[in-house]
Design a protein around this ligand. Structure first.
Ligand code: BGC
Length: 537
């Protein structure tokens, strides 16, 4: 196999004593709630984008709608946008729309805040532990949602939104790392994907709430949509208080006794010597590093560094957030009415949740590579077909109408695309970067992952509408080009990491046909050395 020569971690579970306990499941489920705020947040972005949607919809005259909560929100906080949109609405094609950079920037500002915050989170996560960052993330998100829910002016709204961004930055940096460290190697994929599971649930719930409140008259609607984010935020904050920290982090911060106790508890056995020893070794190695940001660019960390940059960037370049953010608009342009668009958006949101379960069930058996490759091919086929059908009907002018059958088929294609993403790049975009770094650079590596993820979310959020206007149906082909590149990249350059103990990951890189030359022998831990010897024998 190309990209082969990797360590098959299939038997790695037998290396350490102990198994999966109720306690570790509990900590991971509570920890994963960190994903809820991320998901709810994407849902809130959709709310703001729906303000655009409303304008677009007006503009393409599918449905003018009444004075809803969204109009009131827009009139109150962005009066010039509202006036201009109403005046210019009539003149553009289905692909193009009035562009409000202010509103678009406001929507994306959260991702910028998250990007910056994740850097600071990496320092806190290393110095004070994973749960401290989760706690800070939950609390700032809580403050942000309260400020937004009670916003009296646009300043409160913007500051609130920056707080939300800080919350997301802290949680996305710390939670995936926490989950990967708590989980036993043979179940790391499944438990880590709890984060993405919570994200998809957060998106779905937020969307349902948005749709419910959008119909309300007066100010209550938008206040509820934005303010209800306080519920998942409170859950994460509480999690940050009650959860134990990961043994890896405790050892790294000199609390060996407590680390051993927690390790015994989460593995369900007294005999954790071997694993404990490996964690201690990893921690000793990490002590020789005083600046993780300098260390991360060293040659022996090159493969991990490249992955922490490319994986999140590729995840966003699948184009998923075009669907997440703009699905209701898209469905309206396909000719669905208000209710039907709502239903279709809920269906694709539901597919997103259910398909994530498939990933949980298969990731530790089939492995990461198999899911990446299958998901990539599935997304590619769906994107090309979607471009073909939209192009055939709307051409380059944006004028035309789908037959009912064709519209339903495109909805099916979009759902199949979402499913492909939901069991591949969605969860694995968070799992893989969190499990490939050595202890000393793990927080910094995960911060890089968040930074690149947020940067590309921001860029796509900012540029989508303009791109749609210029590239038209070719936009789907634009993203499918990236899907081809990323799928080939995985095939040749991403080694399999399933089942390999997290502190022994250097062995995976050492055994890889391309990355092997970057890894010096001294970097290998005892487990990885054994694997090397077995492979040579
Ligand atoms: C991505 C988000 C995306 C979500 C969809 C996450 O893994 O990071 O950008 O909106 O999946 O479920």
């Amino acid at each position: 196999m190309a990209g082969g020569g990797f360590v098959d971690g299939g038997g790695a579970g037998t290396q350490y004593d102990g198994g999966v306990t109720f306690f570790v499941m509990f900590t991971c489920v509570v920890g994963a709630t960190g994903g809820l705020i991320f998901g709810y947040d994407i849902g809130i972005s959709v709310y703001h984008i729906n303000l655009h949607a409303k304008l677009i919809i007006r503009l393409i005259r599918v449905n003018a709608g009444g004075v809803t909560s969204m109009d009131i929100f827009l009139k109150r906080f962005f009066p010039s946008v509202y006036r201009k949109a109403s005046a210019e609405a009539a003149y553009e094609s289905a692909y193009c729309k009035f562009n409000s950079h202010l509103l678009q920037f406001f929507t994306s500002s959260l991702y910028l805040a998250a990007l910056v915050a994740s850097f600071f989170a990496s320092v806190i996560t290393k110095k004070f532990g994973r749960k401290m960052s989760m706690f800070i993330g939950g609390l700032t998100f809580l403050i942000g949602s309260i400020m937004n829910g009670f916003a009296q002016n646009v300043i409160m709204l913007i500051i609130g939104r920056i707080f939300l961004g800080i919350g997301v930055g802290f949680c996305n940096q710390s939670v995936p790392v926490y989950l990967s460290e708590m989980a036993p190697a043979q179940l790391r994929g499944a438990l880590n994907i709890g984060f993405q599971m919570a994200t998809t649930i957060g998106i779905l719930v937020a969307n349902l709430i948005n749709y419910g409140t959008a119909k309300m008259h007066g100010h209550l609607g938008w206040r509820l949509s934005l303010g209800l984010a306080a519920i998942p935020a409170a859950m994460v904050t509480l999690g940050g208080v009650i959860l134990p920290d990961s043994p890896n982090s405790l050892i790294d911060r000199g609390q060996r006794q407590e680390a051993r106790r927690i390790l015994q508890k989460i593995r369900g056995t007294e005999n954790v010597d071997q694993e404990f020893q490996d964690l201690v070794e990893a921690s000793e190695a990490s002590k020789t590093v005083d600046n993780p940001w300098k260390n991360i660019i060293e040659r022996k960390n090159r493969p991990q560094l490249i992955m922490a940059i490319l994986i999140p960037s590729f995840q966003q370049l699948t184009g998923i957030n075009v669907i997440m953010f703009y699905a209701p608009v898209l469905f309206k342009t396909l000719g669905f009415g208000d209710e039907a668009s709502l239903m279709t958006a809920v269906i694709s949101g539901g597919v997103n949740v259910v398909a994530t379960v498939v990933s949980i069930l298969t990731v530790d058996k089939a492995g990461r590579r198999a899911l990446f490759l299958e998901g990539g091919i599935q997304m590619l086929i769906c994107q090309v077909l979607t471009a073909y059908f939209i192009g055939k009907t709307y051409g380059t002018t944006g004028e035309g109408a789908f037959s009912k059958g064709a519209a339903n088929f495109v909805v099916f294609l979009i759902c199949a695309y979402v499913a492909g993403f939901a069991w591949s790049w969605g969860p694995l975009g968070w799992l893989v970067p969190s499990e490939i770094f050595p202890l000393e650079t793990r927080p910094a590596g995960q911060a890089l992952n968040v930074m690149f993820n947020m940067t590309f979310t921001f860029i796509i959020g900012q540029c989508f509408l303009t791109m749609l206007c210029h590239m038209k149906f070719g936009l789907f082909l634009f993203f499918s080009g990236f899907v081809i590149i990323m799928t080939l990249f995985v095939y040749f350059f991403l080694p399999e990491t399933k089942g390999v103990p997290i502190e022994e990951m250097y062995g995976v890189w050492k055994a890889h046909w391309f990355w092997g030359k970057f890894i010096p022998d001294e970097a290998l831990g005892s487990y990885a050395k054994n694997i090397q010897l077995t492979e040579k024998a």
